[in-house]
Ligand binder design. Structure first.
Ligand SMILES: [Mg+2]
Length: 219
């Protein structure tokens, strides 16, 4: 784990469903686990499992080699312009931090494919084709036993460092951190956009992650 960027402006962003169109766990459920694997996501939705437990159990059931898992991860639809957008942000003083409840195993590899440099807080994992993607809780100040990475704590740390902070996300673990930043720098898509609408909280809607950079640079 590295430390937060020392830039005066920090974009904290989720990965699955935010930098990508689809979540890795859904692709894993569809193509990487054997038929008959229990629906652990349903276990999370009904409150029987934590978010981390659901992700960990789905990934344990993966039976595939590294190349097959990476090819599957590539179908998440990572924004091909993410590297260029991050470079433009950095030129304007914005550091980018990926804060994810997913696994660094696929995040690091996919970011490298689009030459995106960012600080990454995610759950570490090791792939064993016979035993699955073995994901564990991270060490460090942003560890959250229920979710893996406490994204709100990442945002609070950036704010406490005196940075201007923006946040981008799509899912349930993104609601608390999104509400910590001003609406002009609160970017949402999918479930998070619907939930913020339901709560009457203003935000910036986006479809592709790279759209965020020019909007932050204009603001
Ligand atoms: Mg997400």
């Amino acid at each position: 784990m590295t430390t937060l960027p020392t830039t005066g402006k920090i974009l904290v962003t989720d990965f699955d469903g935010t930098l990508t169109q689809r979540d890795f766990y859904r692709i894993a459920q569809a193509v990487l686990v054997p038929p008959g694997t229990p629906d652990y996501w349903e276990g999370f939705i009904t409150g029987r499992l934590t978010h981390f437990e659901a992700m960990q159990r789905i990934f344990w059931h993966i039976r595939a080699d590294a190349e097959t898992v990476l090819r599957a991860a590539e179908t998440m639809g990572l924004d091909p312009d993410a590297g260029t957008a991050t470079t433009a942000l950095r030129a304007a003083g914005w550091g980018t931090v990926v804060a994810s409840a997913g696994c660094a195993w696929y995040i690091d590899r996919l970011l490298a494919e689009v030459a995106m440099t960012a600080t990454v807080y995610a759950c570490p994992g090791v792939l064993d084709p016979a035993r699955g993607l073995l994901m564990h809780l991270p060490d460090g100040p942003f560890r959250d036993p229920r979710i893996g990475v406490d994204k709100a704590a990442v945002v609070r740390a950036a704010l406490a460092a005196g940075a201007e902070v923006a946040f981008a996300g799509d899912g349930r673990p993104d609601l608390a951190p999104a509400l910590l930043v001003p609406p002009t720098r609160r970017f949402a898509t999918h479930w998070l956009a619907e939930e913020l609408t339901r709560l009457g909280q203003p935000f910036q809607r986006f479809t592709h992650w790279a759209e965020i950079a020019p909007r932050l640079l204009e603001a």
